[in-house]
Each structure stands twice: as structure tokens, then as C-alpha cells.
Design a binder for this molecule. Sequence first.
Ligand SMILES: *[C@@H]1O[C@H](CO)[C@@H](O)[C@H](O)[C@H]1NC(C)=O
Ligand SMILES: *[C@@H]1O[C@H](CO)[C@@H](O)[C@H](O)[C@H]1NC(C)=O
Ligand SMILES: *[C@@H]1O[C@H](CO)[C@@H](O)[C@H](O)[C@H]1NC(C)=O
Ligand SMILES: *[C@@H]1O[C@H](CO)[C@@H](O)[C@H](O)[C@H]1NC(C)=O
Ligand SMILES: *[C@@H]1O[C@H](CO)[C@@H](O)[C@H](O)[C@H]1NC(C)=O
Ligand SMILES: *[C@@H]1O[C@H](CO)[C@@H](O)[C@H](O)[C@H]1NC(C)=O
Ligand SMILES: *[C@@H]1O[C@H](CO)[C@@H](O)[C@H](O)[C@H]1NC(C)=O
Ligand SMILES: *[C@@H]1O[C@H](CO)[C@@H](O)[C@H](O)[C@H]1NC(C)=O
Ligand SMILES: *[C@@H]1O[C@H](CO)[C@@H](O)[C@H](O)[C@H]1NC(C)=O
Length: 344
Amino acid sequence: MFSVALLSASCLLSSALAANITIYQQNVSFVPTPLPAPGPASNFDAIINQFNQLGRSTVWNLVKKIPFEGDNGEPEGMVNINEERYIVSGGLYTNTTVSYGNNTIINGTDRTPGAGYGYLAVFDGQGKRIAVATLTETAALEYHNGGIDYDGQVIWATIAQYRPNTTASIISVDPTTLEFQDLIHYNDHLGGIVHDIQNQSLSTLNWGARNGTVWDLTAKRDPYPQFSQPRSVVHNPTFFVDYQDCKFLGHSQTYDYRAVMMCSGVATYSNNVTVGAVAIVDTETLVPYSEVPLTMVSALGTPITENPFDVAIVNGKLRLYFLPDQHKSTLYVYEAVQNSPYEY
Ligand SMILES: *[C@@H]1O[C@H](CO)[C@@H](O)[C@H](O)[C@H]1NC(C)=O
Ligand SMILES: *[C@@H]1O[C@H](CO)[C@@H](O)[C@H](O)[C@H]1NC(C)=O
Ligand SMILES: *[C@@H]1O[C@H](CO)[C@@H](O)[C@H](O)[C@H]1NC(C)=O
Ligand SMILES: *[C@@H]1O[C@H](CO)[C@@H](O)[C@H](O)[C@H]1NC(C)=O
Ligand SMILES: *[C@@H]1O[C@H](CO)[C@@H](O)[C@H](O)[C@H]1NC(C)=O
Ligand SMILES: *[C@@H]1O[C@H](CO)[C@@H](O)[C@H](O)[C@H]1NC(C)=O
Ligand SMILES: *[C@@H]1O[C@H](CO)[C@@H](O)[C@H](O)[C@H]1NC(C)=O
Ligand SMILES: *[C@@H]1O[C@H](CO)[C@@H](O)[C@H](O)[C@H]1NC(C)=O
Ligand SMILES: *[C@@H]1O[C@H](CO)[C@@H](O)[C@H](O)[C@H]1NC(C)=O
């Protein structure tokens, strides 16, 4: 392996930042060319139709289990590109956050900043690393890279402080070079981003997915790093799981042409019961239209929906992709094989 700071022609665009990239497979492209269409948004009606036939009694068949190379720290988001490439967002932490204790709030938040850096890692279809790009400076306050989405041209990501009610940046990454641009700065934590191309808007979630925000990409903004205000902020009406990673689906007739995304997440309740689920969620109101609990755990005991997630239609069938474990991560790919005729 060798490290390069890629300086390409697109650096001439004033705001493109050269990523700090470590290459593990030389002469292997980060993504296929031409760039494929995004799987979830290209097949949203089939995904919605099949998802709405699932239930609590659905039997899930593990169709692929692929160990991913390297120490992935805490993986947070994932984009599957035709099972040829998996792009993973995450963070490697060099100092932990520490609670102020006793419900103490200082400057609006409840813990020390910790330290680390956010990355995007590109894996091939066999889980071998192709490249890892570091997206943050060493010692940056914002280093938590959350859930990601791919719209056919760019990868959307958020780099936030690793604590509630703080600050975050929305970035777009060119998947062919892993160069990125800081676009929007906000005075709350952000993650779980998706891009609605038709509406020219982004939707993001804050800490624990308690609030959803919608960003108008056509709106005039003060230049980064000045804070911007979203088009709307809504409070999440549901508390069963905290969504971590979402994929934009589309404006489906099933939901009166409202924009919907699919989100995956977990929540641990006060009795220490952890619930994981995947849901179809309105990108503007966060109202869940359809939710399916998933009880699978990884070989290391992590709830399957804990962090990165993607969805695709492969040979006509719905597939769900999960990468739950920290450090030594394994990709789990499931298909629904059997539904009970009774919905319990
Ligand atoms: C580049 O990223 C690596 C980790 O992938 C880090 O160790 C190194 O310090 C970074 N270099 C710069 C110049 O930021
Ligand atoms: C990579 O490609 C370049 C130009 O195509 C070639 O000169 C070089 O030998 C290749 N390197 C490897 C490791 O395959
Ligand atoms: C790690 O964070 C703690 C606060 O929790 C701080 O006291 C300490 O100085 C930090 N260590 C480094 C190396 O930054
Ligand atoms: C929390 O409060 C209790 C009682 O009020 C006190 O004994 C304890 O030292 C406090 N802990 C911290 C970390 O401030
Ligand atoms: C709170 O914010 C103030 C002003 O920005 C800063 O000086 C102070 O260090 C912060 N306190 C902590 C504990 O981060
Ligand atoms: C967030 O922090 C700000 C100060 O930075 C504070 O005024 C506000 O009450 C906090 N909001 C929540 C929901 O904790
Ligand atoms: C969440 O949204 C509500 C309005 O719906 C707002 O009052 C609250 O401050 C927001 N929370 C944060 C942390 O910004
Ligand atoms: C799309 O954008 C327009 C404003 O340009 C807005 O009124 C509308 O509600 C948005 N949402 C959807 C789901 O189309
Ligand atoms: C939940 O787990 C924590 C840590 O393992 C433990 O301290 C606590 O007592 C548990 N709470 C309940 C209600 O079981």
C-alpha cells in the first residue's frame, strides 16, 4: 500500500478538497465506469411492493457473508454498487467521549468531544479493500461520519461532532476520485442523509434520529463554514428505533407520490431490550409508512441493523445489506424466503 494526496484536474474547482487516500489495490477503479444508477432509487416501486409483503414472521435467508478487510473502526453507512463495490463510511476514534455525568449539560451537550477521524472505504465484491480516504483533519472537532447515500453521481455524507446538539457538515464526495466538498454547516448533529434528486433536496437526521431536516439545494446559502438553516425541521413522531443509515427510494404512487426513504436502525430501551428494524419513512415528516423488525445478530452478537445498511433488487428479489460489527466487520446479505400467511 502507499499513501497519496490525489491532486487532479478537479482541484481547479475552488471548493474541491483533495482527500488523503491510501490505495490498497493499484490500478483498480474505485467505482465502475460509467457510474451505475443508484440501486434503491432505480427500483423503488419493486422495493416498496416487496417490503410491504414482509412481516414479523418473515424467514430471512443469509445469501452472502463477506468479511471486510482491515480495522473499520465504527462503520456507520454503506452504499452497495451492484455488489461490485461497497463504499463504507465510518470513524476511527483516537480518544473516547466522556459523559459530563449527572445529566450535566455544558454548551448544549452532555459529553466531551473525544477525537478521531471520519473515513470512506471502498471494498470490492469480495470484501478486499481498494482504498480508504480520510475526510477529516487530525484533531478536527467534527469527525463522526454518519449514514451515506449515492445518487448516481455523488455520495452524500455528514461529518459531525460525536455528541448530541452540536455541529455538523454536509459533504458531497466524487466516488471516482473520493475528493469531497464541504457544502452546508449546521448547528446540530447530522447523519442519515439522503438525496431527493427530483425535489433538489437533502434530508438528514440528528442525534438518535429525533429530528429530521430538509435542505433545499437550490436555496441561496452563506458560504461554508457559516451556518445554514434548513427548509424545515420536524420532530420524529416515533421512538421504536433510532435510524442510522437511510437510502432514498422515490416518489411512489403507493404513498401518494410523497418522497420516501428506507432506513435501518436500533434502539436500546431502559430495560436493556434492543430492538432493530428497517422502515419506509417519509423524508419530510419522518412518519414511518411500513416497519419490519429484524432480530438477526452478527456472529459477534451485534444486532444486524446497528449501523450500515443498503437495499437492492437482485434477480427480481429484495436484498438487504448490513455491516453491523465494529473493527472486524462482516457484510451480511439477506433475502426474504418465506412469509407466514398470518401476520403475527
Ligand atoms: C492520512 O490518513 C491517515 C489514516 O488513514 C493518517 O494516519 C494520516 O495522518 C493522514 N495524513 C494527513 C496528511 O492528514
Ligand atoms: C498501472 O497502470 C499503469 C498505466 O496503465 C502501468 O504503467 C503500471 O505498471 C500499472 N501498475 C500496476 C501495479 O499494475
Ligand atoms: C481525551 O479526552 C479527555 C477528556 O475526556 C481529555 O482529558 C484528554 O486530554 C484527551 N486526550 C487527548 C490525548 O486528547
Ligand atoms: C453526581 O451527584 C452525586 C450526588 O448528587 C455526587 O455524589 C457525585 O459526585 C456526582 N458525580 C459527578 C460525576 O459529578
Ligand atoms: C463552552 O463554550 C465556550 C465558548 O465557546 C468555551 O470557551 C468553553 O471551553 C466550552 N466548554 C466546554 C466544556 O467545552
Ligand atoms: C442545544 O444547545 C443550545 C446551546 O448551544 C441550547 O440553547 C439548546 O437548548 C440545546 N437544545 C437541546 C434540545 O438540547
Ligand atoms: C428538534 O426540533 C424541534 C422542533 O420540531 C426543536 O424545538 C428542537 O430544538 C430540535 N432539536 C434540536 C436538537 O435542534
Ligand atoms: C418538493 O419541493 C417543493 C418546493 O420546491 C415542496 O413544496 C414539496 O413539498 C417538496 N416535496 C416533495 C415530496 O415533493
Ligand atoms: C442494563 O445494563 C446495564 C449495563 O450492563 C446495567 O448496569 C443495568 O443494571 C441494566 N439495567 C436493567 C434494567 O437491566
